[in-house]
Design a protein around this ligand. Structure first.
Ligand SMILES: [Zn+2]
Length: 357
């Protein structure tokens, strides 16, 4: 009932550490083959999602693939579930519209934390800058009526939600990332924003970029979110007085290629199954890399509170614009929900069936 499978790489760890420094040399050390014990499904999960292990809900209700607990973390009134249409896999078909008058829930993911430092420069660590920006952004959003959830609010890893247990042999970094996504799903988040700053082995690298996943069922939302985040980050940093380079939007399908397989960024991509089972965020997401801490010009700027305020304000304006796109009907809702989800890795010899690439 609990088959042992072999995986070629601790892929989640690779992605976790590389979100702000895709050239980081220590990543190669993570390529050791490890065993992962796949937990058996707790109930009769349908074949389409049979490889995705859903832990029991915190209230003790049976686990159900695609179920959205809703309202468990935020203080907002729960949405009227009975009135909300759902896809065959249980995913709300209109998950990005405020239901029942509730405030929109913005999930902020300050990248890294605790032993995961991220990049560093000018005497500051990325994990601390990311958290500072997230807290400033939270203040702006809460003042505007949003419900805000930080997946970590200390120099720490994300805390495992009640009722969730780590699979056997998962490394701490992988479990940290999974916990962030579980927290977001439990909060019934409308959007997931991962806040990072960049690092590179090439000191001259600089500028601003934003990552998104183009293969989720709500990929159009991811792209729209990433676009406004990029525009507002560029605008905010330049208005602060630094003419940052626009490095553009980055689609993450080929974020990491190992052993002929391509992997996206863990917190952005679909659930992984077959080699290592994960639960993906069920909401549109983007990952911002505002500036490079490995750049001698940009690191001191990031250390300044005025720059952190500017970046937070840029994120705030981007989120307001993103929700306006939804409210104005400028984004098409995916009618099939997450039922259209495809595995988030594939052989780089060719795209999987149904892929646009
Ligand atoms: Zn980072």
């Amino acid at each position: 009932m609990r088959p042992i499978v072999r995986i070629a790489a601790a892929v989640g760890v690779l992605v976790a550490l590389s979100a702000c420094g895709s050239d980081a040399p220590e990543l190669g050390a993570e390529l050791a083959t490890v065993s992962v014990e796949m937990a058996s499904l707790p109930d009769g999960t349908p074949p389409a999602s049979a490889e995705v292990v859903m832990p029991p809900a915190p209230d003790g209700a049976p686990a159900q693939a695609g179920a959205v607990p809703g309202g468990a973390v935020s203080g907002a009134a729960p949405a009227p579930a009975a009135a909300e249409p759902r896809s065959p896999d249980g995913y709300p078909l209109h998950p990005f519209l405020p239901a029942g008058g509730r405030a929109r829930v913005v999930v902020l993911d300050p990248g890294h934390g605790g032993p995961e430092v991220g990049s560093a420069g000018a005497g500051v660590a990325e994990k601390d800058i990311n958290l500072s920006i997230a807290r400033r952004l939270r203040a702006l959003l809460e003042a505007d009526g949003f419900t805000v959830v930080l997946v970590r609010d200390c120099d720490c890893r994300a805390t495992v939600p009640p009722g969730y247990e780590p699979p056997a042999n998962w490394q701490a970094a992988r479990w940290d990332l999974q916990a962030r996504l579980d927290i977001a799903n439990l909060a019934d988040g409308d959007v997931y924003l991962s806040i990072h700053n960049n690092g590179s082995n090439t000191p001259s690298e600089s500028g601003t970029e934003v990552w998104y996943d183009g293969r989720r069922p709500f990929a159009a939302y991811n792209l729209a979110l990433a676009q406004v985040v990029l525009e507002e980050q560029i605008r905010a940093i330049r208005s602060w007085g630094y003419p940052t380079i626009n490095r553009g939007l980055k689609e993450d399908t080929y974020f990491r290629v190992r052993d002929g397989r391509a992997f996206p960024i863990f917190v952005l991509g679909p659930p992984r199954s077959g080699v290592a089972t994960t639960r993906a965020a069920r909401m549109p997401a983007a990952l911002g890399e505002s500036l490079f801490l490995s750049n001698v010009n940009e690191a001191p700027f990031l250390a300044r509170e005025s720059m952190q305020d500017a970046i937070a304000a840029g994120y705030y304006r981007a989120l307001v614009r993103y929700f306006a796109l939804i409210d104005n009907g400028d984004l098409a809702l995916p009618p099939e929900g997450l039922a259209a989800e495809t595995p988030n890795y594939y052989d780089t010899q060719g795209p999987p069936p149904g892929s646009q690439r």
